[in-house]
Design a protein around this ligand. Structure first.
Ligand SMILES: *[C@@H]1O[C@H](CO)[C@@H](O)[C@H](O)[C@H]1NC(C)=O
Ligand SMILES: *[C@@H]1O[C@H](CO)[C@@H](O)[C@H](O)[C@H]1NC(C)=O
Ligand SMILES: *[C@@H]1O[C@H](CO)[C@@H](O)[C@H](O)[C@H]1NC(C)=O
Ligand SMILES: *[C@@H]1O[C@H](CO)[C@@H](O)[C@H](O)[C@H]1NC(C)=O
Ligand SMILES: [Cu+2]
Length: 264
């Protein structure tokens, strides 16, 4: 079975719930190597920082630790800025991160067109996006500064996660009054677990140069790694079951971890 490669999960979570969850999804892991703006999709790793393998063998393997460097921009993502172009966008622009999947294969995932049958956000859970202004050259920026949140996907209907309805990715609008400058734009999606420290994190960062009038003061801010308390129920959902989720009031009230969304 596929899960046997998800060592850290199966280690602690060898249960029928995990097996049931696996039966609901096509493939295990995913990343966000491209962005779409105004209907045009980038190349893989054109505006998104390329990522490595961390302690695992493959590029889309999840991050399990809530305090490691990979939590900033994915494995090696604090260091791969020099291979990444910067996308120019006006404040107010909508940017979609497209989710591509891998099985549990090792190595780099070969760039390919979006396959509706196998690509997409292949696990169930919430997602968010953050931005952080580069203090100097964006290519050199390691993401150690302040991050503000620009969007959050939870469960609008209290039954399913919003990303269960459209697995092709997540889109976010850069707030209209965002101060002009060069930013890391960070996306995260969780394969949320009912077990403490069992959640998988899928994280990538794009390079964007924001134009426009500015005028806003982004906040509140947080830092990565380490933005989330491991006991925050928003990252392990202790009492929820798998889809359709119960109890639904809990899921409907779900609020992503970290600071409030800054609306600009
Ligand atoms: C990631 O970074 C480490 C340490 O700098 C390096 O050894 C490794 O080759 C890099 N690449 C991948 C694919 O992990
Ligand atoms: C959570 O899991 C990660 C990965 O197995 C481990 O490195 C970390 O120490 C764990 N944290 C806690 C608080 O158990
Ligand atoms: C893509 O796949 C999803 C899930 O299997 C399906 O609901 C949807 O209709 C498909 N869309 C297209 C354009 O084939
Ligand atoms: C953003 O995603 C939502 C939810 O999937 C979708 O309804 C909306 O059409 C998307 N907007 C854009 C501009 O892609
Ligand atoms: Cu997975």
């Amino acid at each position: 079975m596929k899960f046997y490669n998800e060592a850290l999960v199966t280690k602690a979570l060898f249960s029928s719930l995990v097996l049931l969850q696996g039966a609901l999804v096509a493939d295990g892991h995913y990343g966000f190597p491209t962005v779409v703006v105004n209907g045009i999709e980038s190349e893989w790793w054109e505006y998104v920082r390329d990522v490595g393998y961390g302690p695992y063998t493959g590029q889309f393997f999840p991050i399990y630790d809530w305090h490691e460097e990979g939590q900033v921009c994915g494995y090696n993502g604090t260091k791969t800025g020099h291979g990444t172009k910067t996308l120019k966008v006006e404040a107010g622009t909508n940017i979609k991160f497209v989710a591509y999947s891998s099985t549990y294969q090792s190595g780099d995932i070969a760039p390919h067109p979006y396959y509706n049958d196998s690509d997409g956000i292949n696990h169930n859970g919430p997602g968010q996006a953050y931005m952080s202004l580069a203090p100097g050259a964006l290519e050199d920026y390691d993401g150690s500064g302040d991050w503000f949140k620009i969007g959050s996907y939870g469960s609008t209907d209290g039954q399913y996660w919003d990303t269960d309805h459209d697995r092709s990715g997540m889109n976010f609008t850069i707030p209209k009054t965002t101060p002009p400058g060069k930013y890391l734009l960070r996306v995260e999606h969780f394969n949320i677990s009912p077990y403490l420290n069992g959640t998988q994190q899928f994280i990538n960062c794009a390079h964007v140069e924001v134009g426009g009038p500015g005028g806003g003061t982004p906040g509140p801010t947080t830092k990565f790694p380490g933005a989330y308390d491991i006991r925050d129920s928003a990252i392990w959902l202790p009492t929820a079951m798998w889809a359709p989720y119960k109890p639904t009031p809990l899921l409907k009230a779900y609020k992503g971890p970290g600071p409030e969304v800054w609306k600009g």
